[in-house]
Design a protein around this ligand. Structure first.
Ligand code: PHE
Length: 358
């Protein structure tokens, strides 16, 4: 007959001193596993006579349950200890400075478009879009620039292969074809702005073959030159955030507007310092005019009933002036250092900048 008390003692001591969960599992198998010491003894019960089986059975069962309880107890103690060490080892020092993370920047072109849209949107103009690849008719003819018109030469157009007719495709040279599409497919009144990419075959410090414009169009029954002036003066002052910014309408020519004007704002270049809103000099920033009745008729709008104004401006030029960016080509060089310097935080919600009712 084995010494049951010694057996119990041996396992309970070992279990209580087990250093980790692996050792504990090893002891469990050694005692209670398929070939464990206690299990082997239990297998012998079958050959015993009933009295002996009863007393040995009782002892073995109580040993088994004591060892099981001891294992459970040790398991909990070990888990607690392991958590404690992890808590000590993995301590977080909340006083450490944060790691510098790279944050994205809003490109000055996007920022400027957002600003222009915010200001003109507040005046009730709605954003519309048109295709970058246009047909000759929408880009030129409908805008009163027929094939032999000298204004075509000024546009340095990228033509797609094809016959020189009204269906020949071009990369739009301005956003004005969006006016045409809007008027062709809708019914007046119209109050729209069309920001987007435009293309001309030109490349230097102030020109890029791809650039951006914003077009504006307002057509209604009573719209007149006073509305055009009010809208654009207020726009310039809000965009450049200068109260009483001097704004001048200088007579000009565009085939699609009559009369036409170019808008200049007051500035100074004294001592190498360029400042908007002060001084004696003028700087051209956009083109505008009353929509030529021929253009309205080309789009099926009765010019005896409706009239209005249109304007167009270069986004890069606005951004360069407002944010002091000297070379237009740098907008497209995708230089991260440039973007970090000239870009904007994504957390700055596009605003009315100077505001409309200052
Ligand atoms: N489309 C003209 C340009 O690209 C700008 C413009 C638009 C002028 C609308 C007058 C009216 O130069």
């Amino acid at each position: 007959m084995p010494d049951f008390d010694a057996l119990r003692e041996e396992f309970i001591t070992a279990v209580t001193n087990a250093a980790d969960s692996r050792e504990l599992e090893f002891l469990r198998i050694e005692a209670l596993g398929k070939k464990g010491k206690v299990t082997e003894l239990m297998k012998g019960l079958g050959t015993m006579d009933p009295d002996e089986r009863k007393s040995v059975g009782l002892s073995l069962n109580s040993i088994k349950s004591d060892i099981t309880t001891a294992i459970e107890k040790r398991k909990i103690a070990l888990a607690k200890g392991e958590l404690q060490t992890r808590l000590l080892e993995e301590k977080v020092d909340v006083t450490l400075p944060i790691r510098p993370e790279q944050t994205g920047r809003i490109h000055p072109i996007s920022q400027t478009i957002d600003e222009v849209v915010a200001i003109l949107g507040e005046m009730g103009l709605q954003v519309v879009e048109g295709p970058d690849i246009e047909d000759d008719w929408h880009n030129f003819t409908a805008l009163n620039i027929p094939p032999d018109h000298p204004a075509r030469q000024e546009h340095d157009t990228f033509y797609l292969p094809g016959e020189a007719d009204s269906e020949r495709m071009v990369l739009r040279t301005h956003t004005s074809p969006v006016q045409i599409r809007t008027m062709q497919h809708g019914t007046p009144p119209f109050r729209i702005i069309a920001p987007g990419r435009t293309y001309r075959c030109d490349y230097d410090a102030t020109h890029s073959p791809m650039f951006h414009q914003v077009e504006g169009l307002v057509i209604d029954q009573g719209t007149h030159m006073g509305h055009l002036k009010g809208c654009l003066i207020e726009f310039c002052r809000a965009f450049f955030d200068v109260d009483n910014l001097p704004v001048r309408f200088r007579p000009s020519y565009f085939p699609f507007t009559e009369p036409s004007a170019e808008v200049d704002i007051g500035c100074t270049r004294e001592g190498g310092q360029f400042r908007i809103g002060h001084g004696e000099e003028w700087l051209e920033i956009l083109g505008c005019g009353m929509v030529n009745p021929k253009v309205l008729e080309n789009c099926g709008i009765a010019s005896s009933e409706y009239q209005g104004f249109a304007f167009g401006m270069g986004i890069e030029r606005l951004a360069m002036l407002k944010y002091g960016i000297p070379d237009l080509r740098t907008f497209y060089e995708t230089d991260l250092r440039w973007l970090k310097h000239y870009g904007f935080s994504a957390l700055d919600v596009p605003s009315l900048v100077g505001g409309l009712n200052r």
